[in-house]
Design a protein around this ligand. Structure first.
Ligand code: NAD
Ligand code: ZN
Ligand code: ZN
Length: 394
């Protein structure tokens, strides 16, 4: 039994104190897990664009500081609260920002992964058990002593810390022999992209696909489409350097909108005799979404929204445009039900059905987390992996 079980743990975390303010690595207190909660020692974490979006505070309603961001990680269970049966101390786990209680009406149906109790909620900042936080400060952001202040949770997970507390519905046990660094990617980016291709669009062999935005999420869509035998995968990005990476994930053609004198969808329709079978919007830009929608073939084309749209603007479509027979739908966490489906997806990745290594473009120590944010902001990384804890496998 862990020596720390039932006790408050004092450890280091990267705390966000305000929009666009550099994260502060400081000492914090992490309370023990309550009923149906799990305390996890984080081994590796990586940064997704959704962390960046929340940190910049672009959507004012979602702002909550001080806060511990981060939702892509892999860790080991330190202790569990009362009632937790499916994981125990020492298990290797990944956090799931979109949880699965297993008992609600949605969890019992196959069609949706949006659990009624633990689906992703960008507004949520407190634990459901008692409406409190499990994190608190020991020092102020300048390192001086201050009265303890609560630190908010983020996206059911909060992984930029040595220890975090999650609802057990948001903890997925993985094979202890899995390559741990790569498992961090399954917490969000790769599962989201591959799942959008496999579960939401259901990409079929010999079909054509366009992916808008070649970050980790978009390239995971490409990798998923490649694995399903798509014959042509057109990548669209304003950053030309993304094409080199994209080739490894099966991107066959590249379009930089800056090089065109016509809308991207016209170019795609020219290249594909009227449009692609599937398009995926992975930039979070509403104007790009319109291009993605119009780039599919009339009659059967299908567009999947994956990006997060901070803007108050609504869908950029005239209702009559839907009479052309193009479909449009959204995808959260790639449609995966985390607890019931991620372990087998992880196995498929370990067998090489989906290649994970190319997504880790940088590795840095935890202290350099602000540099890792900058790499993503500058379009210079796909995923930068941060090592948080040193550990030895038993
Ligand atoms: P990223 O920053 O690594 O990649 C975004 C890419 O889009 C970059 O390569 C950038 O150059 C490109 N881009 C941006 N604006 C563009 C434009 N106007 N035209 C062409 N290219 C453009 O981000 P990521 O981590 O891959 O995440 C992608 C999106 O997916 C984000 O909006 C993120 O919040 C969202 N997301 C959604 C889910 C979900 O469950 N639906 C999960 C994870 C991430
Ligand atoms: Zn994410
Ligand atoms: Zn549920």
């Amino acid at each position: 039994m862990a020596e720390t079980q039932g006790k408050v743990i004092t450890c280091r975390a990267a705390v966000a104190w305000g929009p666009k303010e550099p994260l502060v690595i400081q000492e914090i207190c992490v309370d023990p897990p309550q009923e149906m909660e799990v305390r996890v020692k984080i081994l590796y974490t990586s940064i997704c664009h959704t962390d960046l979006g929340t940190w910049t505070g672009v959507n004012e309603a979602e702002r909550a500081f001080p806060r511990i961001l981060g939702h892509e990680a892999v860790g080991v269970v330190e202790s569990v609260g009362e009632g937790v049966k499916d994981v125990k101390e020492g298990d290797y786990v990944i956090p799931a920002f979109n949880g699965e209680c297993g008992e609600c009406r949605v969890c019992k149906k196959e069609v949706s992964n949006l659990c009624e109790r633990y689906k992703v909620d960008p507004m949520k900042r407190l634990m459901v058990n008692d409406g409190g936080t499990r994190f608190s400060t020991t020092t102020n952001k300048d390192g001086g002593l201050s009265q303890s202040q609560r630190i908010y949770h983020f996206l059911n997970t909060s992984t930029f810390t040595e220890y975090t507390v999650l609802d057990s519905a948001c903890v997925v046990k993985i094979d202890p022999n899995a390559p741990l660094k790569q498992m961090s990617l399954l917490s969000c980016g790769v599962s989201t992209g591959v799942g959008a291709a496999w579960n939401t669009a259901k990409v079929k062999e010999g079909t054509t696909t366009a992916v808008f935005g070649l970050g980790s999420v978009g390239l995971a869509v490409a990798e998923g489409a490649r694995a399903r035998g798509a014959s042509r995968i057109i990548g669209v990005d304003a950053n030309a350097s993304k094409f080199e990476k994209g080739k490894v994930m099966g991107v066959t053609d590249f379009i930089n909108p800056k090089d065109l004198t016509k809308p991207v969808h016209e170019r795609i329709r020219e290249l594909t005799r009227g449009g692609v079978d599937y398009s995926f919007e992975c930039t979070g830009n509403v104007d790009v979404l319109r291009e993605a929608f119009l780039s599919t073939h009339a009659g059967w084309g299908s567009t999947v929204l994956v990006g997060i749209y901070a803007t108050p603007r609504t869908l950029p479509l005239h209702p009559m445009e839907l009479f052309d027979g193009r479909k449009i739908t959204g995808s959260v966490f790639g449609g995966f039900k985390p607890k019931s489906q991620l372990p087998s997806f992880a196995q498929q990745c370990m067998k090489g059905v989906v290649k994970l290594e190319p997504f880790i473009t940088n590795e840095l120590p935890f202290e350099k987390i602000n540099d890792a944010f900058q790499l993503l902001r500058d379009g210079k990384s796909l995923r930068c992996l941060l090592q948080i804890a040193k550990f030895l496998k038993k």
